[in-house]
Ligand binder design. Structure first.
Ligand code: HEC
Length: 179
């Protein structure tokens, strides 16, 4: 009777039941857990992986950021690929906001002078990072809006494409369509 009462009691108080000494057996293993023990120094000359720690509070703060990635052919090509995956649905294949969705949600054209001349590269990067009013974020999700699909470098590649490849692509597409 006493044993039954004990078991019944343990079942009613799972917190107590979980605290048996053997409850954590599976957790305690020889491997070192995060924050456990002393951190070893990094080997000499090691470099961060995928490292470009760009921390900014919001889009306003990103406005004056200097693009750390040169607009080489390679970067522009990378940006073009990412643009077609992530941006073309709304902004159109070559930025003229002529996609079926674009017209419905008011996506703006990226090939006109507003984006090409008035907006800084930092601002465009900030827009991709934090999103805009309707546009979702691609770097740092805002609440439930957006994702972190693009890392810091990828966002700069997209900026390089918008500022150094998109207009050319748009003109080539328009010429081809007119033929
Ligand atoms: C879901 C649709 C959608 C997608 C996808 C999208 N945008 Fe936008 N974007 C918008 C809309 C709508 C606006 C205008 C309203 C606003 O600012 O939110 C906009 C505005 C912008 C602006 C102008 C910001 C300003 O200050 O006026 C830029 C630059 C831009 N988008 C770039 C991009 C890039 C680069 C991508 C891909 C990484 C992208 N957008 C993906 C919908 C989208």
């Amino acid at each position: 009777m006493r044993l039954k009462t004990l078991i019944a009691g343990a079942m009613m108080m799972p917190a107590v039941a979980l605290a048996w000494p053997w409850s954590t057996d599976m957790m305690n293993q020889p491997s070192i857990k995060p924050q456990e023990g002393t951190m070893l120094n990094f080997p000499e000359r090691s470099i961060p992986v995928g490292g470009m720690p760009t921390k900014v509070a919001d889009r306003e703060a990103a406005k004056s950021l200097v693009n750390p990635i040169k607009a080489t052919e390679k970067s522009i090509a990378e940006g073009r690929t990412l643009y077609k995956i992530y941006c073309a649905t709304c902004h159109g294949m070559t930025g003229a906001a002529d996609s079926p969705v674009g017209g419905k949600i008011g996506a703006i054209a990226l090939n006109d002078s507003y984006v090409q001349e008035s907006l800084t590269e930092g601002w465009v990067w900030g827009t991709v990072t934090f999103g805009s009013y309707v546009m979702p974020a691609y770097g740092i999700p805002q609440g439930k809006r957006g994702s972190n699909d693009l890392n810091v470098e990828e966002r700069w590649h997209v900026v390089n494409y918008i500022k150094h490849g998109l207009v050319k692509d748009h003109m080539a597409a328009s010429t081809a369509a007119a033929k």
